[in-house]
Design a protein. Structure first.
Length: 82
């Protein structure tokens, strides 16, 4: 399901990361569609570095609005306003 105004959210994560789990839980509880980009996959890891420049997760890439950000609380605040 897509929330109004949200067409393509890519969330770069590591499954064992509690901050990633926090963001994923929020997105799922609020029926916000996103693509989970697990950085254990080399292609996703390389994409994370190209997009954000740091080995930090969670990282959100909103391709529709050209917004990129780190930090779980910032990501949740941002997507809650979409």
């Amino acid at each position: 399901m897509f929330k109004k105004g949200v067409n393509m959210l890519e969330l770069y994560v590591m499954e064992s990361c509690p901050y990633c789990k926090k963001v994923m839980s929020f997105l799922e509880e609020n029926n916000i569609s996103y693509s989970k980009m697990d950085i254990s996959n080399r292609e996703n890891y390389d994409a994370l570095l190209n997009l954000g420049g740091m080995e930090q997760v969670p990282f959100l890439n909103d391709t529709e609005n050209n917004v990129k950000m780190y930090e779980s609380d910032d990501i949740i605040k941002y997507v809650s306003k979409l």
